[in-house]
Design a protein around this ligand. Sequence first.
Ligand code: NAP
Length: 499
Amino acid sequence: MPQQFRNFINGKWIEAKSGRTFENRNPAHWNEVIGLFPKSGPEDVADAVRAARAAFEKWRLVPAPARGDMLRKIGDLLVKSKEEIAREMTREMGKVLTETRGDVQEGIDTAYYAATEGRRLFGHTVPSELPDKFAMAIRIPVGVAGIITPWNFPMAIPTWGIFPAILSGNTVVFKPASDTPKTAVRLVEIMMEAGIPEGVVNLIFGGGGEVGNAIVSHPDVDLVLFTGSTEIGKQILRDGSSTLKRISLELGGKNAQIVMDDADLDLALDGILWGAFGTTGQRCTATSRLILHEKIYDPFMTMLVDRTRKLRLGDGLLQGSEVGPCINEGQRKIVDSYVTIGKAEGARLRCGGSIASGGELANGWFYEPTIFDGVLPSMRIAREEIFGPVLSVLKTNSLDDAVTILNDTVYGLSSSMYTRDVNNAFRAIRDIKAGITYINVPTIGAEAHLPFGGVKQTGNGHREGGWAVYDFFTEWKSVYIDYSGRLQRAQIDNYESGS
Ligand code: NAP
């Protein structure tokens, strides 16, 4: 029998009220069941929210530096468990071991950053317009935070939400993606081992339509941090509007890398392979479009197709595997359907384009790394997020044209340009409409201490990561202290003469 896991509410591991479960399977070996997880519903969410609300009244009073000390301990415990968690994560979601190690490392970095923020959480002191009066603005926690996360970064993305939420004094109801529940269990176990009090972090498993929706609609959840698809993000904004809760959305992308004719082509090649096929193309920041200067188009394409054909698909736990499987059968079908669309639109298939089924690969959801060229900006494969190992290549003849093509999308998450010309680099930084721009770096590689997020339909203006996320998880309270001993009327007594 596979191991059975439970929800975590108010410091206790308990079954869903329905008593029902769902399976979690290894995408590289579909026959392998990793565990059974509770199929929860709104009634379980209500219990978790109640626990989080009760815990909030105590947790908000714990000094922020003491909360920071717990975050530091969480970081230390993650360091100790890094290899074990990375292996479990590869089994659960397929990306290769070097990448799952990086995923845990991002959680470690986020924990240590949050620990330092416990001794900052800066407010402002400002001069008052009246004599003998003191004015300041301080940060206060908001309340109960719902954290809803996708499967592609099962450790990093939950930590981007949960760690700043609790450091700021909020309590949490956490719903991980149904494809990656096991990593969520390990994260919560580690937080408990570090001394996070009961009720501060609650974990509920189950489908987005049931558990996710119940969190978003619950009147006692004050804020929701959601990372996932643009389609679900829009729905969350609608569902949360009736209670006017604060909502942070980090959504899809259609990221592009520009390669100019003066670029270091070997460097640009390494960048595009990592950006397009790392994590099997299943990153919100994955390079989905390559915009190539016409002067280097043919030699670069030859090099790119040659290297792509040599990428080794396989179980991410095996030495030498470079590209793991798609997350599940449904996602692989979506990828395959976009290949059919690309061919029908008249793009030229340069490599890949099929389900990979040789030998051991037949047991998992593998898809060949795929490249289309001759792609036009109007084609669906140049406009829609595919979320798999498919790269669309477009031709350009100038920087202005390249930036226009890059900006021609509803998304605005990540972007990259390879050039040796510093003037071109700064013009691109100025003109590209995206939350992140890399120069001579692929579209992936965000660091935990910088703001992370996108413009246009990639989000709704908030940022995860770095110092910026603390603006989401705190309210500003303005405080005035008058020590004059008399009534002083702002805007009136100090301008009584009329001047
Ligand atoms: P998704 O289908 O939108 O799901 C994300 C999370 O939302 C999952 O936990 C899902 O639960 C839950 N959910 C589904 N329907 C819901 C509903 N009606 N109400 C509330 N929650 C609901 O996305 P995904 O397939 O997991 O991840 C891929 C997408 O995430 C891509 O579009 C990618 O670009 C985006 N992403 C964005 C960022 C970023 O920072 N901008 C980072 C990573 C990924 P279930 O798993 O149970 O369905």
